[in-house]
Structure formats: structure tokens, C-alpha cells
Design a protein around this ligand. Structure first.
Ligand code: SAM
Length: 246
């Protein structure tokens, strides 16, 4: 997969994607990440990428010429996605959809954002990483890169490791434990040490439902509540009168 990133801080993207899972994906050639410095597409001696907003007001705005020039010189994979608080909120489903494509591109804003003509005539989509305002699109771009990159075949060592994760079937993940079995008098649940794989699987599913009900009832609601089978599973593991509707 090829992913192109347009930024005025290429080093920030390069460093963060050179280590760990994404770094391995890049090294293995599974993830072809091309990072473009928008400043290199300026034509003035000061390499200016921003200017004051028409109509006045605080801050600066990213100029259209270098952004258009950088993108048009590259012909990057589409869609070209602008990271912005005004975009659709990024989630696991979007990460999964992007991971099935051959590639896409990310545009990182800075200052007060980008000239509206870039939005209207260059980008294809807008994505937000949450209702929060960051100083630039680089951290959001890294979030998207990591979420998508780890889903690409060959990037994670163990191909199964994304299967049971949070959001994979509309539920959060079940609690995980490792050695030691006893730590400061706190025991790992007996069932996980029983060796009974069928019971472990059922316990994990019950815990995933319980965790999601406690932390994100909205997720349960949007998957249409819990089934009678799931309610029975909760009862089997100690839940009194589990809800089947929210
Ligand atoms: N003036 C803009 C506003 O009020 O929406 C905020 C600009 S912000 C300081 C600078 C850049 O950071 C934006 O152009 C965008 O690329 C990026 N950014 C900030 N918050 C973001 C978020 N929640 N999701 C995605 N990108 C974000």
C-alpha cells in the first residue's frame, strides 16, 4: 500500500513512522510511505507557506499555491484526505476501509488551517480525530497511519492479532492478563488458567459485552442491543437480569 503525506513538518512524520510496527512495515516494503515537504514546492526565497487571512482576524492561513504544486507534482494516490476538526470522525471502520485500498493521501494543515480553495478543488475527503483542536494535522495523520498501517497484511507479526480487538464486532475488548497469576494478592481469573478453551472463549465474550455495557453503552445501542444468546452468556458468568434492550 502507498500512503502519501503532505506536511510542512516531514521529519515529524518520518521519525514517528520509522519505529515500531509502522517502521517495520515500511522497512519490509509492505507500506510505501511517501512524505512530501510542502515548503519544497514554494517559489520565493523565504519558502512561504502561509499568509494573513483576507478579511482580517487572528493567525495565518496556508496558501494554495504550494499545496496545489506539491500535490500536482506528485499525482498521489486518492482519496486525498484533509485532516481537520470539521471532518467526519475517524474510527475503526474507516481504518478498515482504508486498509483494503491500494493507497490514499493525507494533507496536514497548520496555522488557522488551509485556504478554502484547497478544500473545494483539491481534496477528496475530510477527517477529524475528535472534537479537539490540535496545532497541526501531523499528529492526526500519524493516528490514521498507525490505525490503517497495522491492519495491512504483513505489518503485524501475528495475523490474528487484530481479530478480537475492540470494535471488531461492535464490542470493546475483554480484559487481558499475563504472568504472574498472583500479584499483590490479586488473582488472574481461574477460568483463564483452566485450559478449557471453549469456556475461555465464552468468558471473554461475556466480558467484552460487560465492558462495553459499562464503558460504551452507545456501541451496544448502535449494534441493536444484545441478543438473547448474549444475555444468557452474561447470566452464565454471574450477571443478574442482563439488559437485552438499551
Ligand atoms: N482554525 C481551525 C478550526 O478552528 O477548526 C483549527 C486549525 S488547527 C490550529 C491547525 C490544523 O491542525 C488544522 O488545519 C488541521 O489540519 C489540524 N487539526 C487540528 N485539530 C484536528 C482534529 N481534531 N482532527 C484533525 N486535524 C486537526
Amino acid at each position: 500500500m502507498r500512503i502519501d503525506v503532505f506536511t510542512i513538518f516531514p521529519e515529524l512524520i518520518n521519525q514517528a513512522t520509522s519505529i515500531s510496527v509502522i517502521g517495520r512495515g515500511r522497512q519490509a516494503g509492505v507500506l510505501d510511505l511517501k512524505i512530501h515537504d510542502i515548503r519544497e514546492s514554494t517559489t520565493d526565497t523565504h519558502r512561504t507557506v502561509d499568509d494573513a487571512p483576507f478579511g482580517g482576524g487572528a493567525g495565518m492561513v496556508m496558501k494554495p499555491e504550494p499545496v496545489f504544486a506539491a500535490v500536482e507534482a506528485t499525482n498521489p494516490p486518492r482519496p486525498l484526505i484533509y485532516l481537520t476538526p470539521a471532518g467526519r470522525q475517524f474510527n475503526q471502520k474507516m481504518a478498515q476501509d482504508l486498509a483494503t485500498t491500494d493507497g490514499f493521501s493525507l494533507l496536514c494543515g497548520r496555522y488557522e488551517g488551509i485556504d478554502e480553495r484547497i478544500r473545494e478543488h483539491l481534496i477528496d475527503d475530510e477527517v477529524s480525530v475528535g472534537d479537539v483542536v490540535l496545532a497541526g494535522g501531523e499528529v492526526p495523520a500519524l493516528l490514521v497511519l498507525e490505525a490503517v498501517g497495522r491492519l495491512i497484511e504483513g505489518v503485524l507479526g501475528n495475523e490474528d492479532s487484530t481479530e478480537d480487538e475492540s470494535f471488531s464486532d461492535g464490542l470493546l475488548e475483554y480484559p487481558q492478563y499475563t504472568r504472574p497469576a498472583e500479584f499483590r494478592d490479586w488473582q488472574v481469573p481461574e477460568i483463564l488458567r483452566s485450559g478449557n478453551h471453549e469456556q475461555v472463549k465464552k468468558w471473554r465474550k461475556a466480558q467484552a459485552i460487560r465492558t462495553t455495557l459499562n464503558h460504551r453503552p452507545d456501541l451496544i445501542k448502535s449494534r441493536g442491543g444484545i441478543t438473547l444468546e448474549e444475555a444468557a452468556l452474561l447470566e452464565e458468568f454471574g450477571e443478574q437480569n442482563p439488559p437485552t434492550q438499551l
